[in-house]
Design a protein around this ligand. Structure first.
Ligand SMILES: Nc1ncnc2c1ncn2[C@@H]1O[C@H](COP(=O)(O)OP(=O)(O)OP(=O)(O)O)[C@@H](O)[C@H]1O
Length: 647
């Protein structure tokens, strides 16, 4: 990131800042208003207080009129109370808006990720860009969030400058009596020298703090990489799914700790410590000493003018406060501009992520009969998914390479799904079965060839309509830590009877009876401490029920019974026809005996369909791949039977 930062010019930084204002302005306009008002009040309140205090002090050392003094003290007290209360209210408003906006910014990324072309999710570039955003946010709130705070702070700094100028004008305008020997203080050169010192110290102090920031900037690449390692190994050690492996293979000691120890960054005497204690500390120290020198110079000048009789002693506090405010405002404004430029590199990365083009799901052709019928209200609507007889899908000479891969995962696949029929897809590991399903669901588009729905290229259809044609249990399906019923229905407002029916068909009814809150029982404990843990097989049954509830014309089951016990597996197979009804079913399994009930079996080998037909036909071809796999499996079972039969 530091190399990026070097390349970003100030004009470009303003461009990225402008873009972020546009995004944030529509996302959380109230945060801009509350943030700016809060920072301005923060800058203005001390100036008001110092001005009133100066009036009181001047009165004390001059006329000492009790009525005026009383009035001034009351004004001071009331205004302090009102301003403090106003600032507290503004802070409350700003904090609230910040929390809302922070969620909004996260939502921007979530929406982008969810709406993204599936193939992009797999891409290394997307992964890197997104991790960079998360890391910079975790590390220092860099990116969109910083751009909001920076804007508000700059407004506050401007207010400090304006206030400082306003309160210090009379310092330069008021003349000392010429006969006291201090007449030279009225000389315009004196004003020029004082302003020159102010300007020089401001600029030099800015340069010092910029150098100090530069030290962190230089280390930022390493810091983020270390953060990434730390987060990765740190999270790994706390993941429940890894707990067993970590213990059995002592991975904490052998993998996590050595990696974390190798990271020099956060250790005593490491890169970060050296950066803070070394040049960065020195630059910051120099900047602070210069500020002190400036304050000293201002005190001297102001006191001399007061001594010479240009104004009352009370005004000393006002002028010192005003000049300090002016100096702080100027330095911090310059610093903020520098930080804005620094942050531009993170904004650039953020927009590189948000601008990743989504090309895949551009089709607009509607598919009749594909309304979402999962809600309770949706059930029974005339626009439910029509019978599968209306949908025929054909692969026409489809070949496919994963993005960035040189090898074809599928080669010249040509086939059509016969309506209402069951198709089994079998093959060795890595032969292309899951890839075939991913293309069918349009997670990816073919590299060559076409997939057609009712004779039309599927790219032309509206994706939301197209995906409603499928119910899929993926090999690596995931359930939500939400109530069981919502997991099955995929919506909050669902038809409870239908969910129960689907769970029963999937063989989950006995477990459902034991669920403390029935369909309302939370799965896992992430969101509810009373949530229940389900076994791998039970989770698979819930995933099958989810498939049934969706009631789509195509049902795809990728290794649907891999985690089921033999009884549950047998139940699913014996009820398979009832479960699937008249839908088109695609079934991937390594257990060839379970494919026998299918009308057609497609045998994949190295991305090609090398055989197709019914079990009887395929098994009869003794030189074919299917027969080879079948014999290997049958052998295993026969051996087993021989071994265990006597028992
Ligand atoms: N995201 C990916 N990027 C690159 N290559 C991939 C990706 N996913 C799979 N592959 C490759 O594509 C080929 C086919 O994989 P696929 O997952 O379709 O096989 P499969 O037949 O389903 O295997 P299994 O029986 O083990 O589930 C494999 O060589 C695999 O390494």
């Amino acid at each position: 990131m530091n190399q990026e930062n070097e390349k970003i010019s100030f004009t470009e930084a303003i461009r990225w800042q402008g873009r972020s204002w546009k995004v944030l302005g529509s996302l959380c306009p109230s945060l801009f208003i509350s943030g700016i008002l809060y920072e301005v009040s923060n800058a203005a309140i001390p100036l008001v207080e110092v001005w009133l205090s100066a009036r009181i002090l001047n009165e004390l050392v001059s006329e000492r009129d009790p009525r005026i003094l009383f009035r001034l003290v009351v004004i001071q007290l009331v205004s302090s109370a009102v301003l403090a209360a106003g600032r507290a209210l503004l802070l409350r408003w700003k904090n609230y808006e910040e929390a809302v906006c922070s969620q909004g910014v996260e939502k921007i990324y979530i929406d982008k990720m969810i709406g993204m072309d599936f193939e992009n999710i797999d891409s290394q570039y997307v992964y890197d860009t997104y991790s960079q955003i998360c890391q910079s946010d975790n590390w220092g709130g860099w990116g969109l969030k910083d751009s909001i705070y920076r804007t508000a702070q700059m407004a506050g700094q401007l207010a400090r400058i304006v206030g400082g100028v306003g309160l210090s004008v009379t310092l330069f305008a008021s003349k000392v009596p010429v006969d006291g020997g201090y007449g030279w203080l009225n000389h315009p050169l004196c004003l020029v020298v004082i302003l020159g010192i102010l300007l020089f110290v401001t600029l030099f102090s800015f340069v010092c703090s910029d150098k100090a920031n530069g030290c962190v900037d230089k280390a930022s690449g390493e810091i983020m990489l270390s953060n990434r390692f730390f987060a990765f190994f740190g999270n790994m050690c706390t993941e429940r799914e890894r707990a067993a492996d970590l213990r059995v293979y002592e991975q904490q000691e052998n993998v996590c700790n050595p990696y974390m120890e190798r990271m020099d960054m956060f250790r005593r005497g490491g890169v970060l410590a050296k950066t803070f204690a070394g040049p960065m500390g020195l630059w910051n120290g120099l900047s602070a000493s210069l500020s002190a020198i400036l304050t000293g110079a201002v005190y001297l000048f102001v006191c001399m003018k007061a001594w010479a009789g240009a104004f009352g002693v009370g005004s000393i506090a006002q002028y010192v406060g005003a000049i300090t405010s002016l100096f702080l405002g100027l330095t911090n404004l310059l610093r903020s501009l520098g930080v804005m430029r620094f942050n531009a590199a993170y904004l650039k990365n953020t927009f590189a992520f948000l601008d990743i083009p989504d090309k895949m799901y551009q089709g607009s052709r509607p598919i009749e009969g594909t309304a979402d019928n999962r809600t309770a209200a949706g059930k029974g609507l005339p626009d439910q998914p029509a019978s599968n007889k209306e949908f025929e899908i054909e692969f026409r000479d489809v070949s496919f390479k994963y993005p960035g891969s040189q090898d074809y995962a599928l080669r010249h696949v040509t086939m059509a799904f016969k309506m209402g029929r069951r198709t089994a897809v079998v093959g060795m590991n890595g032969s292309g079965k899951t890839t075939f399903i991913k293309l069918l669901c349009r997670m990816y588009d073919p590299t060559e060839g076409q997939i057609l729905l009712n004779g039309v290229d599927i790219r032309q259809y509206r994706y939301s309509d197209y995906i409603r044609l499928f119910s899929v249990v993926f090999q690596d399906f995931v359930l939500f830590a939400l109530p069981l019923g919502e997991n099955v229905a995929g919506v909050k407002d669902y038809d409870r009877e239908r969910v129960k029916e689907c769970l029963e068909k999937a063989g989950f009814s006995r477990r459902l009876d034991k669920m403390p809150d029935g369909l309302d029982t939370y799965l896992y404990k992430d969101l509810d401490k009373e949530g229940v843990e389900v076994s791998g097989g039970e989770a698979q049954k819930i995933a099958i029920a989810r498939t049934l509830y969706k009631d789509a014309p195509f049902v795809i089951l990728d290794e649907p019974t891999a985690a089921l016990d033999p009884v549950a597996e047998m139940e699913i197979y014996s009820k398979f026809n009832d479960i699937i009804e008249d839908k088109t079913a695609v079934y991937i399994s390594h257990r060839l005996s379970s494919c026998q009930f299918c009308d057609e079996i497609l045998v994949f080998d190295q991305g090609r369909i090398v055989q197709r037909g019914s079990h009887q036909i395929l098994v009869a071809d003794t030189k074919g791949k299917y027969c080879e796999m079948w014999t290997a499996q049958a052998q295993y079972y026969q051996d087993g039977e021989q071994k265990f039969a006597p028992l």
